[in-house]
Design a binder for this molecule. Sequence first.
Ligand SMILES: NC(=O)c1ccc[n+]([C@@H]2O[C@H](COP(=O)([O-])OP(=O)(O)OC[C@H]3O[C@@H](n4cnc5c(N)ncnc54)[C@H](O)[C@@H]3O)[C@@H](O)[C@H]2O)c1
Ligand SMILES: O=c1ccn([C@@H]2O[C@H](COP(=O)(O)OP(=O)(O)O[C@H]3O[C@H](CO)[C@@H](O)[C@H](O)[C@H]3O)[C@@H](O)[C@H]2O)c(=O)[nH]1
Length: 332
Amino acid sequence: MKLLVTGGAGYIGSIVTRQLLAAGHQVEILDDLSTGHRDNVPAEVPFHELSIHDVAQVLTPGAGFDGVLHFGAKIAAGESVVKPELYWDVNIRGSLALLEAIRAAGVRRLVFSSTAAVYGDGPGTDELITETTPPAPTNPYGSSKLAVDMMITAATGASDLGAVSLRYFNAAGASVPAEGSSAAFLGERHDPETHLIPIALQAAAGDRAEFLLYGDDYDTPDGTCIRDYIHVEDLATAHLLALDSAEAGTHKIYNLGNGNGYSNKQVVEVVREVTGAKLPVTLAPRRDGDAVVVVASAEKARRELGWAPAKPDLAAIIADAWAFYQYDKGRS
Ligand SMILES: NC(=O)c1ccc[n+]([C@@H]2O[C@H](COP(=O)([O-])OP(=O)(O)OC[C@H]3O[C@@H](n4cnc5c(N)ncnc54)[C@H](O)[C@@H]3O)[C@@H](O)[C@H]2O)c1
Ligand SMILES: O=c1ccn([C@@H]2O[C@H](COP(=O)(O)OP(=O)(O)O[C@H]3O[C@H](CO)[C@@H](O)[C@H](O)[C@H]3O)[C@@H](O)[C@H]2O)c(=O)[nH]1
């Protein structure tokens, strides 16, 4: 298929692009490089340095795209509490521009990066979050993604578009090239970084004075928030399955996670084990907008898409992130 990947210069989009190319698809990338990196775009991939708001310049009726994978977005839950307008503008207005262009160009397939953040706290500690768990976002980021999911449902009801929303739980890890391979090492390098694992790795490497732990008085066994970490390459494989499963006039929604919850304190402990570093931790106030327990049931993706994560072990996920961190530090 000929595919447009928005946000393809970013962390997850670049790793999905690698798998799409390996599967024989033809890919073009649109990205404004606001958080992405030009060197994440493979040399053979046409690159459009544009905002998602201007996607109609690329996704024209004559361009012949069979599908779009839409990663381009603002992604930080904490920032969204402070700057909600930015999230409405990029995530909602930007996705509306994309849906309009998709309709005008007659594109038939869409895979959208939705998120666990649409569920907020979900049902609580004991139950996993399924796709029928009522959405209840706790921050504007999650609300903006839920709004886009609703827009997509309406778009598929009004046209021949076949869409799949993938609700990722917490993406982590890196795409590590096989020994002797000339493939690029691809991983997470947000600036500023907001995510738990890369920040903990920075602190473990001595590149950050301390790790700030946002709150230890939540209603969880050790008082810290709980998340479900999923390897970015496992996320990527789901996109190829989703693309193939898109059905005209239908919007399918799938959770993607491992179903294992780790508290922030447990993650810090695994980072210490993997890196061998002491990793100083300082307790800080709760971060506004944080959900407490966010753990997936991905049974529906396993059943309907045939998806099966290959690297569910948290230590293995963190080891890949650590390998990428050291590689990236070495080249800069
Ligand atoms: N990282 C996670 O844990 C996680 C979890 C759930 C969902 N998601 C979703 O996955 C997608 C990718 O996330 P990521 O972690 O790779 O983040 P990222 O910041 O690395 O990638 C986002 C990309 O979108 C681009 N972008 C941002 N605003 C744009 C605009 N206005 N026009 C064009 N391009 C724009 C950025 O430059 C970047 O390359 C996002 O939609 C995010 O909401 C991420
Ligand atoms: O320096 C830090 C960074 C994070 N945390 C905590 O770690 C947990 C995870 O935070 P983070 O890594 O920022 O991820 P989330 O806020 O869970 O959001 C991520 O995961 C969501 C899906 O669950 C995605 O939609 C978002 O894009 C992505 O940012 C939260 O309790 C944070 O308060 C800290 O204690 N210290």
